[in-house]
Design a binder for this molecule. Structure first.
Ligand SMILES: [Zn+2]
Length: 279
């Protein structure tokens, strides 16, 4: 089976970026979980977190995890202003690098909102110096998605590497199965079935949020999210920790930034045109 990298999207679902917000407590608990799993993860960090809680970012980097970028304020690219995005990308990348003490190589679009109509962001990311993106769902089953994009890593025409969300095939459908609500909701045998069918070329990664592990917090609707999705995410929280522990029980792969820097990784990747007529 392909090894799996743990990725953490570090944002506050309530958008309350207080220096000692609940996201800080939960991020620290996530660090403890990583230690228990002997796992080094990639933390896709929102710029507002770095500004509000710089010591948290230093702490995460100090544990040996990769710091990557998850936009300034967790606005989906479909709602984003390209000029503001460019300015914030540069400033936040610089700020995160100061805190992490190393280059920030990776970007993940909020809600995996890199789609054919938001492909304008690719050149901004490349110009800002990002090496890879982990921003697409290669499926038509999601509100956001790049339905016909490859399932294995590929290059955008400007040389940026894309590491797509892992999806499994069920007849004509491509089904996300390895992260977030998909992982928490699917029965374990289905996850194992899809994992057993992953091709060697795929880079497998799972994703979770620190708040996914917060089973103590009472329900509150999330901003910009339909109420039933908020409720489903909240109800799924009790599954988060056991599911993550189970899929990483036999070890985990290094952070994504280390995987893309492995010798020869980018050499054989196919180029996929950003403006694909896939919708
Ligand atoms: Zn996010």
């Amino acid at each position: 089976m392909n090894p799996i990298t743990l990725t953490i999207d570090l944002e506050d679902p309530t958008e309350n970026y207080a220096p000692n917000g609940r996201y800080v407590t939960m991020a620290r608990q996530t660090l403890d979980l990583c230690d228990a799993l002997r796992c080094r993860a990639t933390f896709f960090t929102v710029g507002r977190v770095a500004i509000a809680a710089p010591n948290l970012v230093k702490e995460i980097a100090g544990h040996g995890h990769e710091i990557a970028y998850h936009s300034h304020a967790h606005v989906a690219l479909t709602e984003e202003n390209p000029v503001r995005f460019r300015r914030e990308c540069r400033a936040d990348k610089f700020g995160l690098e100061q805190l992490a003490g190393k280059p920030v190589l990776g970007f993940r679009a909020p809600r995996f909102s890199l789609m054919p109509q938001t492909a304008w962001a690719l050149d901004t990311l490349r110009e800002a110096g990002f090496r890879y993106s982990s921003s697409i769902m290669p499926t038509g089953l999601s509100l956001y998605g790049f339905p016909n994009a490859p399932r294995a890593p590929f290059l955008w025409p400007n040389g940026l590497i894309e590491l797509p969300l892992p999806v499994g095939e069920l007849g004509p459908l491509r089904v996300p199965y390895l992260g977030g609500i998909y992982l928490y909701a699917l029965p374990g045998f289905a996850t194992r079935w899809f994992l057993g069918r992953a091709t060697p070329r795929e880079v497998l990664w799972t994703y979770a949020h620190p708040y996914d592990f917060d089973t103590q917090e009472s329900f509150a609707p999330m901003p910009h999210t339909p109420p039933w999705i908020s409720l489903a995410l909240w109800l799924a929280r009790r599954q988060a920790r056991p599911k993550i522990e189970r899929i990483l029980a036999n070890g985990s792969a290094p952070p994504l930034g280390e995987r893309v820097l492995e010798p020869g990784f980018a050499k054989d990747l196919a180029i996929y045109p950003a403006q694909a007529k896939s919708v």
